[in-house]
Design a protein. Structure first.
Length: 104
């Protein structure tokens, strides 16, 4: 979920060489996306419920330091706090293999 973040300029330094992950020619939506795992989402949700939106935005920025805008962090924290867990999936039925019958 983009949450209206500005395009990021993330760098990876490997042996003093900066490689731009999101740069010129990259689609605009790539800089505004990030992925939140279930454990981080739960932490942000808990902080939101216990301490409010601003504290959740601070917690979000602690996990994602590339988010520099407080308003964008607050929007993302509200979105994450509103997520509901996916309903449990029904168990898969066991498939049986058909065996070829020996026909004389």
């Amino acid at each position: 979920m983009p949450c209206g973040l500005p395009p990021a300029r993330l760098r990876f330094d490997a042996s003093q060489t900066a490689v731009w992950l999101v740069g010129r020619g990259a689609p605009a939506h790539l800089g505004a996306m990030f992925s939140v795992d279930a454990a981080t989402a739960e932490i942000i949700r808990r902080v939101f419920e216990e301490s409010g939106e601003l504290a959740a935005a601070v917690e979000l920025r602690r996990h994602f330091p590339g988010i520099a805008d407080n308003e964008a962090a607050r929007r993302c924290a509200r979105a994450i706090a509103g997520w509901q867990p996916a309903p449990p999936q029904p168990p898969k039925s066991a498939r049986t293999r058909r065996t070829k019958s020996a026909t004389p």
